[in-house]
Design a protein. Structure first.
Length: 412
């Protein structure tokens, strides 16, 4: 059966996505073992009827495509986008592929160093934070040569290496974000070290809890929620740990509305580094394949994260999206070709492309017939220059215009 939605909080179920087809008995068991109150089945996309699948039927069936599809499916199905639109690689960025090869080696090396550091901490010895500095510098160099090579590659994680590669990913995201915000290079390097160290406290969590597929008991949750404090204590006992790393380690699970942990601190009490850490940590988690969750595609992840009221600093989340050149669905963007388009979602085999619906020519100041482009990370021209302002272009009713363009029929 195809699940359209879970009823209850995102935290009540063990899946990254709310929309997927239940294919295995194990998935069904995990749903039954979760804390959700109910779920919504899209019968039109299911291969069995609800009466075959569950008894008694306690689910409702949405009626329209617009109601049943997640944003990117809505873009693809309801608005007629081909599932794999032509990739826009008229001119490819030189060196992208060679940077991918270098980045792959660097990710492996960094992962091994993080594993070593975790092993040291498990043995109760002080970790050598200074060993992380040259790694952060190399990761910073890689993303300076090409932001997207390492950032795209690091989303791919094997089950048993998740925590370690996640640390490498957060390091890269933090450094890229810090540079985009114009922070000084020594601060950027410290943020890289912070990314590598931020989850060190997970050494205090038992492996069976850390890798558990289903929902956690109260006691298990307590153990997981102890990792920022545990990590902070380990780092305080180590030499040469930057202040930024101590801060990010302790505060990366805080939320702006005070609903996070360990301190339940609110907006004004949370530093820039803490707010950056929360964004980078969650973005990498939801865009990574996990044993119990399918990954969200990047544009869809940012769209969802934007909707988590009270969790993130929203203007800062916008700057984070800008730093990656990946935008929530519905964002107005300008292309280097002098055209405006609307982000329709992610595309490509590994969801590394941004799908843009082009509809406006900035030179003639006129609308054109909408058409779709998949802008690959290696594309140099046209590439996405950045988000743009509907007010600047004096679009009289942007919401209506956006709806019209996104709903337009386009040639496949
Ligand atoms: Fe964490």
């Amino acid at each position: 059966m195809f699940i359209h939605a879970f009823e209850g909080s995102w935290f009540d179920h063990p899946f990254w996505t709310k929309h997927f087809c239940v294919e295995t008995a194990e998935q069904l068991l995990r749903i039954r073992g979760s804390a959700i109150d109910g779920l919504v089945i899209d019968q039109s996309r299911s291969r069995v009827t609800t009466s075959e699948a569950v008894s008694p039927p306690q689910f409702t069936r949405p009626t329209a495509v617009e109601e049943v599809a997640p944003p990117f499916r809505r873009a693809q199905v309801a608005f007629g986008l081909p599932s794999t639109p032509p990739r826009d690689e008229l001119r490819r960025k030189p060196g992208y592929n060679s940077e991918c090869r270098r980045a792959r080696r660097l990710i492996d090396k960094s992962r091994d160093a993080v594993i070593d550091m975790f092993d040291t901490a498990r043995l109760g010895r002080a970790v050598e934070a200074r060993r992380m500095v040259p790694l952060a510098r190399s990761i910073g160099d890689s993303i300076e040569r090409d932001t997207k090579a390492l950032v795209n590659l690091v989303r791919l994680k094997e089950k048993d290496e998740y925590t370690y590669v996640h640390s490498v990913a957060v390091c890269a995201l933090m450094m890229n974000f810090g540079r985009h915000l114009g922070l000084d290079e020594p601060v950027v390097q410290d943020l890289g070290v912070a990314g590598l160290l931020h989850d060190l406290g997970k050494v205090a969590i038992a492996d069976d809890i850390l890798n558990k597929n289903g929902s956690l008991s109260e006691g298990e949750l307590h153990s997981v929620r102890g990792h920022p404090l545990a990590g902070h204590a380990l780092l305080e006992n180590s030499q040469g740990v930057p202040e930024a790393a101590l801060e990010v380690c302790l505060r990366h699970h805080e939320k702006l509305d005070g609903g996070g942990y360990p301190g339940g601190l609110r907006r004004e009490a949370l530093s820039l580094f803490a707010r950056m850490g929360a964004i980078c940590d969650v973005y990498d988690a939801v865009t990574s394949n996990r044993p119990y969750k399918a990954a969200w595609a990047p544009c869809e992840a940012l769209t969802e994260m934007q909707g988590w009221t009270g969790h993130f600093d929203v203007p800062l989340l916008d700057r984070f999206a800008d730093s990656l050149g990946i935008f929530p669905i519905g964002t107005l963007v300008r292309l280097s070709s002098g055209e405006l388009g609307i982000v329709m979602g992610s595309g490509g085999e590994a969801w590394e492309d941004v799908m843009v619906r082009v509809f406006f020519d900035c030179e003639t100041l006129a609308e054109c017939d909408p058409f779709d482009r998949a802008v690959a990370p290696s594309a140099e021209n046209p590439r996405i220059v950045g988000r743009d302002s509907p007010t600047f272009w004096r679009f009289p009713d942007w919401d209506m215009m956006r709806w019209r363009v996104m709903a337009a029929e386009v040639a496949a």
